[in-house]
Design a protein around this ligand. Sequence first.
Ligand code: SF4
Ligand code: FES
Length: 244
Amino acid sequence: MPEDIHLKINGQAVSAPAGSTILKAASSVGVEIPTICYHDYCTSNGLCRICVVEVSGARTLTPACVAKVNEGMEIQTDSPRVRRARKTILEMLAASVDLSDAPDIQAMLVEYQAQPDRYPDAQTRSPEVIQDNPMYIRDYAKCILCWRCVQVCAEDAQFTYAINFSGRGYRTQIGTFFNRPIPETTCVFCGQCIGVCPTGALKPKKQWLMEQGQTTDEIMRLTRSQRRAKTKKTTQPAPEGGAA
Ligand code: SF4
Ligand code: FES
C-alpha cells in the first residue's frame, strides 16, 4: 500500500497515494483539470500541455497528467498564468488544425476565450482525406498529434504497430511504414484508434460517407466494392522474390 502524500490544491488540503499524478489527485477532490492528449487507458506523454498547472517554487508550468505529487506541494490549477497558457495553446491549435469535429476542444475555446485569429499567418495542414480501406478514413487535417491512436495500436492495447509518427517538425503526421495503404500494413481493423481519436481525424467510413450526403445504397456499394477488392488483393499469391 503506497504511503499518502500531503499537498494543497487551490488552497485545499489533499492526501493522495504516492505515485499519483497531479491530475488524479485534483480529480479525487473534485478539481477538474482540462486535458486533450490524455486518455484514461493510454500512457500519458504530456504532449498537448493543456493540463498545465502552477506549482509553487517551480520555474515553469507543470503538466498535471504526467507530473507526480510530492510532499508539501502547493498547486494552483486555474491561476491567471495557467489560464493564459491554456488560452495560447488553444489559439495555436485552432489556428492550424480543423477542430470542427472536436466538440470538447471547441468548448475549451469558449471557456478560455481563445482568439485563434491572433495568428492570422498560421499555416494549416490540409492533406486529402485518405480512403484506402473499407472500414475507416483518415483525415489528418483534423489531427492534433495527440498520439492516442499510435499508442492503442501498440503497447497500450493491440500490439499491431500499424501506424506511427512520420515526418519531422511542421510535416510531422501519423502515417504507416513506408506510407503503405492500411490494407498492406499489420492493421487488423480493430477500431480502437477510432475510439480514442478526440477530433474525428479517424472515422468509420460509413459515418463519413453519410456526412458527405451519400445514400445508403451508394454507401453499401462503395464500402462493399472496396472490401471485395481488398479480399481479392490479399488472397493473391505474393510475387516471387519478396513482399509488396
Ligand atoms: S489521428 Fe486522432 S488519435 Fe491519432 S494522433 Fe491524430 S488526433 Fe490523435
Ligand atoms: S493532457 Fe496533459 S499534456 Fe495533454
